[in-house]
Ligand binder design. Structure first.
Ligand code: HEC
Length: 121
């Protein structure tokens, strides 16, 4: 028992850390030292229409893809490279991990449902 009491502050601290890790991820997703991820990938990473316009070929829709199922490796790669539309970011691996964990946690129900669907297929 004495030993457990000794561990208690560490356990409480670990819990606190986890909450702040989520909030940190949320903050970075909204304000990643550049254009907010949410502006193109939606509040939860579900994707959204960025802009609709018309050119000589007709109606065009620019869309930020759904990134809820992206792996951490793929997210690291996307954030660190140049694209046609998405800007390149200068975030550390830890910062990208916080964004990744935030989206995983926020979409936990959605991701679980999909896992079940995949399992029965
Ligand atoms: C200006 C709009 C915009 C912003 C801001 C943006 N993205 Fe993207 N993102 C895109 C688009 C569009 C793509 C598809 C590749 C392309 O054409 O650039 C993409 C691709 C991705 C992909 C790969 C998914 C795929 O299907 O290709 C990931 C992961 C991703 N973005 C994560 C992020 C994160 C994390 C942030 C914030 C740090 C962010 N994006 C900010 C528009 C954006």
């Amino acid at each position: 028992m004495k030993r457990l009491l000794f561990l208690l502050p560490f356990l409480l601290h670990a819990n606190e850390d986890f909450i702040s890790h989520y909030e940190y991820g949320e903050m970075l997703y909204q304000q990643p030292r550049g254009v907010s991820c949410a502006q193109c990938h939606g509040e939860n990473g579900e994707g959204k229409v960025i802009v609709e316009f018309r050119d000589i070929h007709g109606k065009k829709v620019l869309r930020g893809p759904d990134i809820r199922k992206e792996s951490f490796a793929s997210m690291l790669n996307s954030v660190n490279s140049y694209h046609k539309i998405m800007p390149r970011y200068y975030l550390t691996d830890e910062e990208v991990k916080a964004i990744y964990d935030y989206l995983q946690e926020k979409n936990r129900d959605y991701l679980c449902e999909n896992e079940e669907e995949n399992a029965t297929r």
